[in-house]
Design a protein around this ligand. Structure first.
Ligand SMILES: [Fe+2]
Ligand SMILES: [Fe+2]
Length: 483
């Protein structure tokens, strides 16, 4: 039977396009996992709005031309489903030692452990961000923003389902154990934290949320792109569909920061402020000054760089050789896709200086992906800086040097300024607050985080979006708050 993969089957408890109705064992495993997931969502999901009606999109198809429908739904009733992009006919493994062989439809035994670990790491980030963002609904600057937060949250929940499906379908008993562990770890928990650093940090305010969705979700995008190249076809197809949803998360981040910058510039102009670095004067207007936005950017970019791991990594080389994790846009790269004899320039610390050193391309794959990431990040900066220059201000937001504020890789044991000047511990301690958000900065931002729940109204520190979600008018009631 040639089932229509484009459309999603909603007749089972778990919506899916993987024919779960005829895959009783996996359906049973997923149904067994479902109550624990709902408990987790109720405990760790958005706080205070579980009974509110939220205008959310739900996937009903995996056809890129039209895959979502919008409607009011209470979040615990959201239909989290298992959705894979359509299988590509005769797909081959696009890189590594198995280059050109047919893609695997089952787990290759020799690479089983590595594959499972990569799926678990990806899976762990999804619920982590929901946990990090769970308090933010209460201080949303508008119903529009609140709705976007919840949309991101339910989709991260779905991404967890996506990884759990792979674990339960393809990894038997230990897959089921890993699926349970994904519900047990908690972001920031002392005893059982989430697996990666940035996912144990706090997301204390909405500027952090926008920075997180811009910079950290973009790390997710790069990882998903690399896994979408995987020779293990079910993983590839899963990640390809996740990327469709992920685009909105980064849209929320990019436009969120744009709107903050816009509001700050508008307020400064109205008040006749010429110097954007006159922080006290700008803050008195109830907007976030540009230097503080820059500090937040420093923080989130550097935390996100750490997610790429060590610049030189044999794990990365092994995953590539094995055909498990490829490069960004692997199939569009013009080379032999094996990289046995190639080199790649890596930034390293050599005799106390930051230098480019040619390393074997295979072990430098994390560095390469990180470079692709940085290039991708720059686009937003250009837009934000355009807002600032159009408003007539001589101020530029910029990405800090890779050596700045790092906990992983070549630069973890040194201190550097955002310009990449190496400095000693004492200088770092003395000047840290010039470059990263201080507790006073945090308090100021927190003081602005008063909720605005009137349809069409926005908090003082952020401008209205240019268009509504699903083309809804400006005063649309995106969340019907249940008090
Ligand atoms: Fe995600
Ligand atoms: Fe995301």
């Amino acid at each position: 039977m040639n089932m229509n993969i484009m459309n999603v089957d909603y007749s089972t408890k778990i919506p899916n396009n993987v024919n779960l109705g005829e895959d009783r064992q996996v359906l049973k495993a997923l149904e067994g996992w479902h109550p624990g997931y709902i408990d987790w969502w109720n405990d760790m999901g958005p706080e205070g709005f579980q009974q509110s009606l939220v205008y959310l999109r739900t996937a009903y198809s995996v056809d890129p031309r039209g895959w979502a429908k919008f409607d009011y739904v209470k979040m615990p009733d959201y239909r989290w489903g298992i959705l894979l992009a359509p299988q590509e006919e005769n797909r081959v493994i696009p890189f590594g030692e198995h280059y050109g062989e047919p893609a695997w439809q089952e787990v290759p035994g020799e690479h089983r452990a590595m594959l499972r670990r990569l799926i678990v790491i990806q899976g762990d980030t999804e619920p982590a961000s929901v946990e990090q963002q769970r308090h933010l609904g209460k201080t949303a600057p508008s119903l529009y923003d609140m709705r976007n937060l919840f949309q991101v949250n339910v989709e991260e929940g779905r991404h967890l389902w996506a990884m759990v499906y792979l674990l339960q379908k393809y990894f038997g008993r230990d897959g089921r154990e890993e699926a349970d562990e994904l519900l047990r770890r908690r972001s920031g928990d002392e005893d059982s934290p989430r697996m990666l650093g940035a996912f144990n940090e706090k997301t204390p305010d909405w500027l952090s949320f926008f920075m997180f969705t811009y910079f950290t979700d973009r790390d997710g995008k790069m990882q998903l792109h690399s896994l979408a190249q995987s020779g293990f076809d079910p993983l590839s197809r899963t990640c390809r569909f996740m990327l469709t949803e992920e685009a909105h998360h980064m849209f929320v981040g990019e436009t969120g920061i744009t709107r903050v910058v816009q509001r700050t510039c508008d307020a400064m102009r109205e008040a006749g402020i010429d110097d954007p670095t006159d922080i006290a004067k700008v803050r008195a207007l109830g907007v976030i000054d540009l230097p503080t936005i820059q500090k937040k950017l420093h923080l989130h970019y550097s935390l996100s760089l750490d997610l790429f791991g060590s610049e030189v990594s044999t794990n990365a080389a092994n995953a590539f050789n094995a055909g498990i994790k490829g490069r960004y846009h692997e199939t569009q790269i013009q080379d032999d896709h094996r990289l046995q004899n190639d080199t790649y320039p890596v930034l390293k610390l050599v005799d106390g200086e930051i230098k480019r050193v040619d390393e074997p391309a295979l072990t430098a794959l994390n560095m390469r992906l990180r470079d692709d990431y940085t290039q991708d990040c720059v686009k937003g900066l250009l837009r934000w800086n355009k807002v600032i220059s159009t408003a007539g201000y001589d101020f530029k937001l910029s990405l800090p040097n890779v050596a700045f504020h790092r906990a992983i890789g070549e630069f973890k044991d040194v201190h550097a300024t955002p310009d990449g000047l190496l400095i000693d511990d004492a200088t770092w301690a003395r000047r840290r607050d010039e470059w990263l958000p201080s507790s006073a900065d945090g308090e100021f931002i927190a003081s602005l985080m008063t909720p605005v729940t009137e349809p069409g109204q926005f908090a003082s520190w952020i401008s209205a979006p240019k268009v509504g979600i699903d083309n809804r008018p400006g005063d649309f009631e995106y969340v019907k708050i249940e008090s």
